[in-house]
Design a protein. Structure first.
Length: 489
């Protein structure tokens, strides 16, 4: 009995082993079986589960910027960006009470020179340079240093505070310069380079991307008319970068660096540049006319958001809402009505006040534009002839008048008679800001907005040709009576 159990066990073991050998032999010689082929197994999984990125079209490669593109754009830009040094005189007696004790408030207060620094961009081989208005504001001396260390005295051609731009000119030839790029082709995510002189570190280049367009920051809210439609970038800017270049990877100028948002006055992630299309128009006007030819549509508008659309029963959040019309203005004459929604100017969509301002800033009085208007559920194209601030279609000429008044420098005889050392005389006056505040022909103007006036050019510079309002004024009336006015609001 025991022998039979042993024989059975041996037979079972033998048959089991034989079955295992046969199975292994079969698997090793079957070319169609790939159970142990891990490589082909991974391939089959990869083919079955192709990766598709949610934010990219299938099989679309990401655009790439090569190192050589960055190098070429930086080298081109650096040669055309200049260092701007300014000297401004400021009164120092405010911190010295003894000055009043000895000299009173009619004497000539002492002055102290204050230096300022910024950047600028060469726009032509014969020395036209654009910078920010706030870089050269109230400067008595402006000096420009090129990338090759040559230094020039700069002449101020003109300023435009509403866009924070100024045009300078130096006497030089064959200078490197930048060409304007097409801002309409700038897309979110495009690589850009910011070039300038932060902290007086000359010819500094930083890189970033365009992170937003059409930003309205309200930086110039105290000015009569402002245009803010900034390009936003994360390229680092710091004090001294103002007036410098924002260039694309073709080395083309697409903006003038102007501002940062920062609690520390240093770079914290967001920088802003004036778009090149606005810069180009302002520079052309300052060079040709001496002041900017600004076109007005003659509307008061409001941005549209979800709450506003619900309040006004609008079926879609788009365009800008016409909240009012200037009587006899361009919009009213063309048939635009209060309650209309402006959708586009010459085919370019406008979905904010900033975008509308940017588009209108490219035109001059008498230019005709097609305005796409939505009224109720219907849209229509209206042809509008743009006008100037006075309500007509004439180009504004630099006549020597500022805010309705014309000035001339005082003679030594007049200075001696009035016992003053400086000032300008009002030789003619027409309806305007000066007449509105009581200034009359024959008055002597000593200071405006706290800044000393010695020449007629000083009046134009301080008030930027009429773009800056009069906040304070001092002078002498025709009978020799001293006056001093301050205006609030």
């Amino acid at each position: 009995m025991k022998a039979k159990r042993i024989a059975g066990t041996l037979l079972t073991g033998f048959l089991g082993g034989l079955a295992g050998i046969v199975l292994i032999f079969f698997l090793m010689h079957n070319d169609n079986n790939n159970i142990f082929d891990h490589t082909s197994n991974r391939d089959s999984i990869k083919q079955a589960q192709q990766v598709h990125y949610v934010n990219l079209p299938e099989r679309t490669a990401l655009p790439s910027a090569t190192e050589s593109e960055f190098n070429a754009a930086a080298e081109t830009g650096v040669k055309a960006v200049v260092h701007v040094k300014t000297e401004t005189e400021v009164e120092t007696y405010a911190s010295n009470p003894f000055y009043y004790f000895f000299f009173g408030d009619r004497g000539m207060p002492p002055k102290q020179a204050v230096l300022g620094f910024g950047s600028g961009v060469i726009l032509s081989p014969d020395g036209y340079i654009v910078t920010n208005y706030h870089v050269i504001e109230n400067a008595h001396k402006i000096q420009v240093t090129l990338d090759d260390k040559r230094t020039y005295k700069a002449e101020l051609v003109g300023v435009d505070p509403p866009t924070d731009l100024a045009l300078l000119k130096i006497k030089a030839d064959d200078l490197p310069y930048l060409n304007f790029g097409d801002v309409d082709q700038v897309r979110l995510g495009d690589w850009v380079l910011a070039i300038g002189n932060p902290f007086n570190l000359t010819s500094t280049v930083t890189a970033g991307i365009i992170s937003a367009k059409g930003r309205n920051l309200g930086l110039m809210g105290d000015r009569n008319y402002r245009i803010e439609s900034y390009l936003q970038t994360d390229a680092a800017l710091n004090p001294g970068n103002s007036g410098g270049a924002l260039v694309n990877l073709k080395g083309e100028l697409i903006g003038i660096n102007s501002a940062i948002i920062s609690p520390t006055q240093g770079y914290t992630g967001y920088s802003f540049a004036i778009p090149a299309d606005i810069v180009k128009k302002v520079v052309e006007d300052l060079e040709k006319y001496g002041q900017v030819q600004r076109a007005y549509l003659g509307v008061q508008v409001a941005d549209i958001n979800a709450d506003f659309a619900k309040e006004k029963h609008l079926d879609k959040i788009e365009g800008v809402y016409v909240d009012g019309l200037v009587p006899g203005g361009a919009a009213e004459a063309a048939g635009i009505k209060e309650g209309d929604v402006l959708l586009a100017i010459n085919g370019k969509k406008v979905n904010s006040l900033a975008e509308l301002q940017e588009e209108l800033s490219l035109y001059r009085p008498k230019d005709k534009v097609n305005v796409l208007v939505k009224r109720g559920s219907k849209t229509k194209q209206l042809l509008v002839t743009l006008r100037n601030q006075q309500g007509n279609t004439e180009l504004v000429k630099a006549t020597g008048y500022v805010d309705g008044a014309r000035f001339e420098s005082l003679s030594r005889k007049e200075q001696s008679r009035l016992n003053i050392d400086f000032g300008v005389k009002v030789v003619d006056i027409k309806p305007g800001k000066f007449m509105d505040i009581g200034i009359r022909k024959g008055y002597i103007i000593l200071s405006i907005n706290g800044k000393e006036v010695r020449t007629p050019e000083d009046v134009a510079r301080i008030l930027a040709g009429g773009a800056v309002r009069i906040k304070a004024i001092e002078g002498v009336q025709t009978d020799g009576t001293y006056f001093s006015y301050e205006f609030r609001g």
